[in-house]
Design a protein around this ligand. Structure first.
Ligand SMILES: Cc1ncc(COP(=O)(O)O)c(C=O)c1O
Length: 386
């Protein structure tokens, strides 16, 4: 039997994520389209986006904020290319985004003194092994495994190295400890449900000092250049972006930030995300054939909620067959218009991934869960019949 209730909005993708409730293209009407981004009007919009992000996220004045090209990937790689090479590096990886940054560091920048701490999908590396005398590169929330660091207690306040944190699927859903993050990066299409293409980078004073005193031994592409010959690119932190931004995307981010403010700011965004996780956790506890990929509750993400199917008959399938099984479930759900884009990332173990960020209404999450049961029963029946 198909469940009677449907989610009002079937958007559970991990990026771009659901727009904020009530969003329509009309919210973009005030965009400074057709204007130069360096005009006073364009600059005012860029500054407004940065100012509102600072306010909602409670980023201290000690940190500089810049909107940069290339989405979160651009922001992370800008940090890696601009800041690394001054000392040894500890890089943490437990899913595909950490693996990307590891490959950048080891294979592309060719840094020999890099220690890689790795854990399989569903787990975290041993954070106690990290040496804060070295630079540390890590992802706060591993979007493809649904595993996040539980806190920043493992980062020393008096560290000598820099922390470079890809925070894209954590920011706006976690109370980030800015004093422990010398560099944090994110993109708007995740927890804000904003449009993609631009990244944001927040640099603390120690990272700024590194920019001043360290010239990387490799070429730094113009798109990544935050400093030249020891001179900080001050303009980029004042809203004069490295290249031309989309003022439509900026407007969309401003709209999402105003919504976040009206909702009650970061505490409410966090609570909304945690309510999504709680709804799913209750259902998982009551459902015998599904589990979190992250067995340990304390490292479980409330944004990218990753689930695995546990029945022996499913476990006995080859990985490609398992993937086919969940793809079939997802296709049925998409066909019913109740869930889009909920298959686990292609590099993750076969399973489901539900986005639980603040732009997703918990009533929609709750309405989706009986539909997942319906799809599971349907595909299981098909498999048994074949
Ligand atoms: C943890 C993490 N890092 C980086 C990225 C890449 O982000 P973008 O597409 O904004 O470059 C993603 C996208 O899902 C992500 O989840």
């Amino acid at each position: 039997m198909k469940p009677a209730r449907r989610p009002d909005r079937p958007h559970f993708s991990s990026g771009p994520c659901a727009k904020r409730p009530g969003w329509s293209p009309d919210v973009l009407a005030g965009a400074t389209v057709g204007r130069a981004h360096l005009s006073a009007a364009g600059q005012a919009k860029i500054a407004e986006a940065a100012r509102r992000m600072r306010a909602v996220l409670a980023i201290p004045e000690t940190h500089r904020i810049a909107i940069v090209p290339g989405s979160d990937t651009g922001a992370v790689e800008m940090a890696l290319w601009s800041l690394l090479g001054a000392r040894g590096i500890d890089v943490l990886t437990w899913e595909s985004f950490g693996a990307r940054w590891t490959s950048d560091i080891v294979e592309h920048l060719g840094i020999a003194d890099a220690r890689v701490f790795e854990a399989p999908y569903g787990e975290l590396p041993d954070l106690a092994q990290v040496d804060c005398g070295r630079d540390i590169v890590f992802t706060w929330n591993g979007t493809t495994s649904g595993v996040c660091v539980p806190d920043a207690a493992w980062i020393a306040a008096d560290r000598a190295g820099l922390t470079i944190c890809d925070a894209t699927s954590a920011v706006f859903a976690v109370d980030l400890p800015w004093d422990k993050l010398d560099v944090a990066t994110w993109s708007w299409q995740k927890v804000l449900g904003g449009e993609a293409a631009h990244g944001t980078i927040a640099l603390g004073p120690r990272a700024v000092e590194r920019l001043r005193t360290h010239t990387p031994p490799w070429p730094v592409p113009r798109l990544f250049r935050l400093a030249e010959r020891g001179q900080i690119n001050q303009a980029v932190f004042a809203g004069q972006t490295i290249n031309t931004p989309s003022l439509l995307c900026i407007e969309d981010a401003i709209d999402a930030l105003k919504w976040a403010e009206e909702m009650g700011g970061l505490p409410v965004l966090i609570a909304r995300s945690r309510a999504n996780l709680a709804a799913i956790a209750d259902w998982v506890a009551a459902t015998p054939w599904i589990e979190f990929l992250a067995a340990n509750e304390s490292i479980r993400s409330s944004t990218s909620i990753c689930l695995r199917l546990t029945e022996p008959a499913f476990a006995a399938l080859a990985p490609e067959e398992q993937r086919g099984f969940v793809k079939r479930m997802a296709a049925l759900l998409e066909g019913e218009g109740v869930a889009y884009d909920i298959v686990a990332h292609r590099h993750a173990p076969p399973g489901l991934r539900l986005w639980g960020g603040a732009t997703v209404e918990t009533q929609d999450t709750a309405a989706l869960l009986p539909w997942i049961e319906w799809a599971y029963a349907h595909v299981r029946g098909e498999a048994q019949a074949s």
